[in-house]
Design a binder for this molecule. Sequence first.
Ligand code: ATP
Ligand code: MG
Length: 487
Amino acid sequence: MQTLRASKCGLSTAQLPSSILDVIDALTKAGYEAYIVGGGVRDLMLGLNPKDYDAVTNATPSQVKEVFGRRCRIIGRRFELAHVYSGRELIEVATFRAPPKKEVTSAAGMILRDNNWGTIEQDFARRDFSINALYYQPRKNEVLDFCNAVDDIKHKTLRLLGDPLQRFEEDPVRMLRTLRFAAKLNFSIDEKILDIFTPEITQLLRDVSPHRLYDESQKLFTMGHLNRVMPMLIDFGIWRQLFAEIKPEITPFIERAAKNTDQRISIGKTINPAFFYAVLLWKPFLERCDFYLSKGVVAAEARAQAGLDVLKRQATRTIIPRFAETFIREVWEMQTRLLNPKPQQIEALSSHARFRAGFDFLLLREKSGDNNTQGMGIWWENYQTLSVDERERAIADYNRQRAKSRRKVSRAPAEEIKTASIQQAEIEPLVNEPEPRSRRARKAKSASDSRRQPAAEVAEGISADHPILKRKRVQRDLSQVVFGPTQ
Ligand code: ATP
Ligand code: MG
């Protein structure tokens, strides 16, 4: 172990927010050891802006609770942690961990319960990558480096501590972390990892809970280098584990959306990770729509059912929270509305809560060469720049065009077109809730669904004890949810 002067590593307390200093100081004052560890130290050394700061201490979670009182909450079962609120920020405070006891690992070697407190040396050995295992004590101006991690930072190398195979077996999510950090930091992956990182070993991810995999997928989508990590997910066989129903192929639409997401992050705009799920699942959704249409199901019903099917299948890998699923289905439904809006609804549509996301999605489709948008992406883009009078004229023009093409195609009844006005009109809900909330209504629905052949197909490949079938239904107030891509 070497003790480095923090200032020589480019670190200073001036870079740190008061929240993390407050936590370190309070623990130190109470007589405990406390360090900043993980991504915060790593990113500062690399001259990046850390996403957050994690603290580590020799105080147990209940001792941390004693220090911070009501500002502290103990969370986690497998991995007990203290969450400390400092001002408006939340700092994760972990206790030094010792190696897990034998009886709490699964047959495949995966760690199931992990609350065995230990020393700083033991804690170091439990961390994933050398660059994530530097301990920074800001008040002492010290960095503890147990494995020459500073060299790995210098040489931009991602090195797992210990035997890579064993570390992946203990926690298969480390495979995702490998690709995430390699892409985010633009580091090369150590040969020893590459030697064992085969598509076969990615099968271990099947034992990881789809909730945890959803969280990890979100981190991949929001780290700012999505475009770089996407091909890596395919090359390393991770894609098949995360998105089993999506062909491992980076279509121009996916690529454009990934670049767009990264760009938004680089200029500090918010993004909604569910938006990228809507992009990834768009093709399977269209294919499923075609399937229902070919069975003679009417278009609106086909879209509704296809949306549910595709999300249900995805939930066998990553469980997307219900409010995010609704968002995805609304973005898809918006595509139909934006493509062929009723003239009297145009103004109302443009101020609909889901308009921005739906429009962004449409424009991305159009700009990536999807001809099915019929130029409506640009039409809406232009529409938003117009004054009230110009909007009225644009709607009237659109109305004339629409009438013309309708007459050509189907000789639509003239009254329908005549009734079109440019007044605002109410828009029906974009999607209906997938399942009734009451148990009795759900039972009745499932009985009627099982009579329908398409719904029966949905359950294909999902075993009865799969977590998706055990999901708790939580009533959410969607009016409070802020969706990202266009805020
Ligand atoms: P980010 O910039 O994404 O926050 P991070 O390195 O801080 O990156 P966290 O998930 O916040 O990642 O974890 C904090 C630290 O905890 C890591 O740096 C690492 O030392 C340790 N850690 C997290 N997950 C694992 C894991 N699966 N196995 C071993 N150590 C882990
Ligand atoms: Mg972190």
